[in-house]
Design a protein around this ligand. Structure first.
Ligand SMILES: NC(=O)c1ccc[n+]([C@@H]2O[C@H](COP(=O)([O-])OP(=O)(O)OC[C@H]3O[C@@H](n4cnc5c(N)ncnc54)[C@H](OP(=O)(O)O)[C@@H]3O)[C@@H](O)[C@H]2O)c1
Length: 442
């Protein structure tokens, strides 16, 4: 049987459970293409999957990795739009940390003109998440002000550039050491959430009106403050639950201001939804990248076999933008000029103490009682070693998040997808545990 190498998860736990191992080769099924992976993007959700808090949808490859770039190695039956050798990037439900991955042809995008094939690995997840939420759901418009929480994240660096390129006024929260880079990306106002009150700052900068739109990754601890920071008729879009999933909402405040709150996830959407988002991204976002109004922000690249080190970097928030894993046999990238500037700046800032401040970023989660509840999930059967798959993304995506195999604690801050609660497996290192305990991806 043909084989390939992939980053496997023999058990849940800290970064050291990530194991570079030989597994059966991926095979393109009907409607799929097989991609020879050049690079894979590392996403926060991968850390949750590794820790046992975010299992991939049923039928998906068990290996982490929700986005890749590479070259098409084979096309399955029924695929006419792609050819062997095409350079592409793709949105996956899993399986990207591997030498090859099979993906529905409808989740594949061309490499944008002018973008290095390695850097393109960091585009699909952020572009699809940001476009689907800000444009398709929230109908973001150029006259609005957008508050992006976590501006230094992969999501944040893209959202700042996307909104700014459309003429939207952008505010962002991040630790102070990252502000210089975020302003260079287009943020009009950067707020240090560790020392400043983002509600007061947002109101002060809008003559007391508040912002029309918020893209939130914190969840519960920011819920009522976000509503407070919104202008009348504003829209809060929650895409991450890093601070916790269960919060009490002041419906009176919502009512009085006529605000909308939306929470969404990309990974578990049906394949048809993903295909439609890919079409929108190709039409609306790719031209902005090709005209250099949006740059990939690559913090650093690392060999794919060093995925554990990449996870440690994300956990400590030592990065600005994307961390990419490069598959064996591919040289380190010739990164685009602007991205090199960003990368160097990011490294300098981290060297200035951003990493040392790591604990501060955990503030909300660590202080959230829910987070503490969730830090001691009930014992559950240890996960079995992942079954190798031959066709990532082959099965239809579930409409609703999968049901955990064991009941989560009443107030668990763990993810909607918490099979996890499940953690009868080796404990994650303290740093990760603190960070991940209150966190759940969506
Ligand atoms: N719903 C979806 O479909 C979807 C898709 C993709 C991603 N997401 C979510 O989007 C978020 C970002 O993902 P990513 O992979 O881009 O993450 P990432 O690069 O690891 O970034 C996480 C960021 O969180 C920031 N942060 C931590 N505590 C904060 C706080 N209290 N206030 C504001 N920012 C804070 C950190 O910034 P500092 O260093 O400044 O603390 C860091 O930049 C995650 O929650 C992820 O689950 C959701």
């Amino acid at each position: 049987m043909a084989a390939m190498f992939a980053v496997t998860l023999p058990s849940y736990g800290g970064p050291d459970v990530l194991t570079w191992a030989e597994v059966p080769d991926a095979v393109a099924g009907s409607g799929e293409v097989l991609i020879d992976v050049v690079a894979a993007g590392v996403n926060r959700a991968d850390l949750l999957q590794r820790a046992g808090f975010y299992n991939p949808p049923p039928g998906t490859s068990p290996y982490p990795g929700m986005e890749v770039s590479g070259r098409i190695a084979a096309v399955g039956p029924g695929v006419n739009e792609w050819r062997v050798g095409d350079e592409v990037c793709a949105l996956l439900a899993g399986g990207g940390y591997a030498e090859r991955v099979a993906v529905p042809a409808t989740q594949v995008l061309p490499i944008p003109y002018g973008v290095d094939v390695i850097e393109a690995a960091g585009l699909p997840e952020v572009a699809c998440t940001v476009w689907s939420n800000l444009t398709r759901i929230a109908h973001m418009s150029h006259w609005q002000t957008l508050l992006v929480h976590g501006g230094g994240s992969g999501i944040g660096t893209f959202a700042i550039q996307y909104a700014s390129s459309l003429g939207v006024r952008v505010f962002t929260t991040a630790r102070g050491a990252k502000h210089e880079v975020l302003k260079a990306l287009g943020a009009d106002l950067a707020i240090d959430y560790t020392t400043q009150d983002f509600v007061a700052e947002a109101k002060a900068a809008t003559n007391g009106r508040g912002v029309e739109l918020i893209l939130d990754i914190q969840g519960a601890p920011y819920l009522n403050r976000n509503i407070d920071a919104l202008a009348d008729g504003g829209h809060l879009v929650i895409i991450g639950l890093q601070g916790g999933r269960t919060g009490e909402i002041d419906l009176g405040a919502m009512l009085a201001k006529r605000v909308t709150v939306t929470a969404t996830t990309l990974r578990s959407r049906p394949a048809a939804d993903k295909a439609s988002i890919i079409e929108g991204v190709l039409a609306d976002v790719w031209p902005l990248i090709e005209s250099r109004r949006i740059m990939p922000v690559t913090d650093r690249t690392m060999p794919m076999s060093k995925a554990a080190a990449a996870h440690e970097i994300l956990a400590a928030s030592e990065h600005i933008g994307k961390v990419l894993l490069v598959a064996p046999g591919y040289d380190q990238p010739a990164i685009g000029h602007a991205a090199v500037v960003m990368t160097d700046a990011a490294r300098d800032l981290v060297a200035d103490g951003t990493a040392a401040d790591g604990a501060a970023a955990d503030g909300a989660a660590a202080e959230d009682p829910q987070a503490k509840d969730a830090a001691a999930p009930p014992a559950a059967p240890a996960p079995t070693a992942p079954e190798p798959t031959t066709a990532a993304d082959a099965a239809p995506e579930p409409q609703d998040p999968p049901t955990p195999p064991t009941a989560a604690p009443q107030d668990s801050a763990s993810d909607v997808d918490t099979a996890a609660s499940a953690v009868g497996v080796p404990a994650a290192p303290a740093e990760d545990e603190a960070r991940l305990s209150g966190e759940s991806d969506v």
